[in-house]
Design a protein around this ligand. Structure first.
Ligand SMILES: [Ca+2]
Ligand SMILES: [Ca+2]
Length: 275
């Protein structure tokens, strides 16, 4: 059975290359974190009807290196909406000892930015890591309001932002991250976009000071599960972006392959010294 998944993974490697764009837009440059932002209303699954369950299988196991993250780098144009939509963001899971925060930025037709989750911590059965206070439940969602077609959306994680005002801010655009490394992977699935972040600075298990920046490497596990959310940008927008890049079956295959990596990855839980 494992062989089948491996074959699927190799196939996905071949087809997915087309999803990765060489274009890096400048939208990150327009973004700045505002420490006075407050937590918007959080709606539960019973209020929104959203179901997190189908997405949990794509959450990478804790501290298991996501070897093929480069194949799931977000093409920024995929978050440029074609048509107006009332956009929501749903919490899926997190495997982080940090208490991370998530914010969004919209530029173009609609111009606004704001906090999505002030404390993206998970607690309870099924959390990759527990222990959050006032933690989020699976599927908790925030409505960021109407975003007009022609707007570039983007999302940013502030590592341990709840506890540290100067935490590292990592986004979808590799060139804009302080360590110049990829910190987000994205998949399209069931008319939603799954977005998953790595919250530790530096390369896999890098330590000491990064001489290029003077910042500390953080012995990163590069597991890309430190915050996993689902973006609801609307079926029409997701279909448009899939149609613009590769046929949907390839995307579905890629999702399946990533799920397989997660499911067959070494299941272990690290102590909370690493994210
Ligand atoms: Ca983790
Ligand atoms: Ca991590």
């Amino acid at each position: 059975m494992k062989q089948i998944f491996l074959t699927a993974l190799i196939a996905a490697t071949a087809t997915l290359t087309g999803l990765i764009s060489k274009v890096e837009t400048a939208s990150a440059a327009d973004f700045s974190w505002n420490s006075s932002w407050t937590q918007p209303t959080i709606y539960s699954e019973s209020q929104t009807g959203f179901k997190d369950t189908p997405f949990q299988k794509f959450v990478q196991q804790e501290s298991v290196y996501l070897t093929n993250s480069g194949q799931f780098k977000l093409d920024p144009s995929q978050l440029k909406l074609k048509s107006d939509y009332d956009v929501s963001v749903y919490f899926i899971n997190e495997g982080a000892s940090y208490r991370n925060q998530l914010a969004f930025n919209a530029t173009g037709t609609t111009n606004k930015s704001g906090l999505i989750f002030k404390d993206a911590s998970c607690d309870g059965v099924g959390c990759m890591m527990g222990g959050g206070i006032n933690a989020l439940k699976f599927g908790d969602g925030v409505d960021i309001g109407n975003v007009a077609g022609g707007t570039q959306l983007d999302f940013f994680l502030k590592a341990n932002g709840l506890n540290s005002s100067n935490g590292n801010i990592f986004g979808t655009q590799t060139a804009s991250n302080a360590d110049r490394l990829q910190h987000a992977v994205a998949y399209a699935y069931n008319n939603y976009i799954i977005l998953a972040f790595e919250d530790l600075y530096g390369g896999l298990h890098a330590s000491g000071i990064d001489s290029a920046t003077g910042k500390s490497n953080q012995n990163s596990d590069r597991d890309f599960n430190d915050l996993v959310v689902v973006l609801d940008i609307g079926e029409a927008n997701v279909k448009a972006l899939i149609g613009a890049s590769v046929p949907e079956p390839s995307v579905t295959l890629s999702i399946f392959a990533v799920g397989a990596v997660g499911m067959f990855g070494l299941r272990r839980r690290q102590t909370r010294t690493s994210n």
